[in-house]
Design a protein around this ligand. Sequence first.
Ligand SMILES: [Fe+2]
Length: 371
Amino acid sequence: MKQFKLSPTISIAESCQEFVDNYNVNEKDLLIIGEHTYNDYFKKLNIKAKVIYLRSYGSGEPSDEMVDKMYADVSQMDYNRVIAIGGGSILDVAKLFTLKNISPALDLFERRLPVERNKQLILIPTTCGTGSEVTNISILELKTRHTKFGLAVDDLYADDAVLIPELLQSLPFKFFATSSIDAFVHAIESYLSPKATPFSETFSIKAMEMILTGYKIIAKNGPKARLPYLKDFLAASTFAGIAFGNAGTGAVHAMSYPLGGIYHVPHGESNYAVFTGVFKAYQALKPMGKIEVLNEFLSNMLNCDKDKVYDEIEVLFNHLIPKKALHEYGVKEEELPDFTTSVIEKQQRLMANNYTTLDWEKVYEIYKELY
Ligand SMILES: [Fe+2]
């Protein structure tokens, strides 16, 4: 019966000042933000909110340990609204601080703590990839479990997602590249998900179209050519977030998690490392079906034959970041069975969204191919 869920309210503010004025940012707000973003954009606005920098609690991908350390400080504070301004790490962590009790975070993620929301939430992305501002998912690295793991519950939806294109101006090209590739993977995985509906597909297709159009301009004219299109990339990543928030992501995300969790490869880059391998496997295993429609769309966008679309995507994406083999990240061949087992045992939430079934042998084969 259910087709599609739309949440939160989405607003666009032309500047940070416009956001602060319209949302009446005040002393009962908890601002979770990166220090650079705060200094570059918000310090001069003299806002009264309490400010927390995620990086004061650890580096790298956000983990349950970081959340526990933050909770020790934040639980002493009096606030009724969380405003998160940042990339996926900050937004994902901030969502948790709208809940009553989140520590130990491992217990929350393994569902031994009740999920009870008692704060408002505003999410503002500073990258064009995560889509986290419109999803109900928080993803943490669970240190003792050696992988990343998602908590997906409706209590984690923001009340408001605010897009401020000004914030993307200072995003370095590498982060632009990895985050927008992540958005593209959100769009393409959700498109082929068995949970996709005509509603989610519309957002998937539009996001892919906007990202590929922008990439073609960058491939032709260089990294600076992205600057006039940042607003489009920001919208595309939110579209992709709406699509995967409804239809889910699948094996690309699932199989990238051991690479991110153990070798700390940035999320978008680890997705890229496994993306075409997974889609080529889909193509080989189930060439008839929805993937034909997808390949037709991609071949039109890329001006290439339908059976070459995943090779052509690599040619295009390599203008942004080079695709690397798994061994180039330090992965050892003897680890691949453990990677595979971890995906099969711990990532069923995602593997349920695959275009066609990928069992242990097939996942292992894909890893070996990518090694
Ligand atoms: Fe992602």
